[in-house]
Design a protein around this ligand. Sequence first.
Ligand code: TYM
Length: 334
Amino acid sequence: MKRILSCMQPTSHLHLGNYLGALKNFVALQDEGAECLYGVVDLHAITVPYQRDGLANATREIAAAYIAAGIDPKKSILFAQSAIPAHSQLMWLLATMSQMGKLERMTQFKDKAGKNKERAGLGLFAYPVLMAADILIYKATHVPVGEDQKQHLELARELASTFNTRYETDFFPQPEPYISGPATRVMSLRDGTQKMSKSAESDLSRINFTDDADTIAKKIKKAKSDPDVLPETLDGLEDRAEAKNLVNLYAALAGITNEDVLKEFAGKGFGDFKPALVDVAVAHLAPITARMNELMADPAEIDAILQAGNEKARAMAGDVLSEVSEIMGFWKGS
Ligand code: TYM
């Protein structure tokens, strides 16, 4: 049976990359009727400096974004990672099967640790092992993510295999990455060679979930583009990183293919294309932002949804952890 799991970190506000690369697919998979679990990974969020006073609310905010984007808590389980101890417990067990060399080669670790690798925290280093535990603790089969998580997913697959081989079992399924749609890697609006990210210095580089219509319009109008018109075929977008990114954004927001976008806009310049992109972005995001603000005004409702989800997730994760303990030979009394 298909079991979907994915998570997002409560580190500052969500942006369009998170939405188009991941969250939109979370909703689509739920609506296809799959069994879905979506988590807010607060234990991952503390691997970099964070605001203690803002963590709980940032966790609520991700849950609110899930719901506002179309996740239905009656169909999908929403949970907060730190409320389910089995994630960290399985992480320790998997850590004993993880090679440091592999963790050191993780792109995200290299980016975040920077030049000062020796002083990077153990949490940042072991981040992908906790992510593998998030996935395997529910025996998830499919994991919808953006392209930047592919390497982490590969590690989760390897750890599932290592466990199965070492303990001569087929206990863990191989989790499949689900990386789908025209916007699996949304780029910065200021530089088409850089990923849109929460940590980029310039706020003009990203569209946040909390941006209002005027801000979205301003950011798209200021987005880097080029003086050429849009081509008739996708080949014409090669070597035009910014143009390609804006076309991808339009396609993903409008729910059409890149080819369809070019059919409509071939021969037109960015003076015509950008206002159309503003319209589609605002039409798509405004209702989500409005719903999110409504939910954030009533934290009790989100808290109740998370608490109910945590209970279900805790039961599922607890069962898997018991089986893992048994397979690994831990004492359990008589
Ligand atoms: P996080 O919180 O950084 O990002 C959440 C999701 O958004 C995707 N994403 C993007 N997609 C397209 N273009 C972009 N510019 C872009 N930026 C971010 C990410 O790929 C991700 O799917 N390690 C994960 C969180 C995590 C997780 C898990 C995910 C922890 N445990 C278990 C899946 C399963 C992360 O940092 O996501």
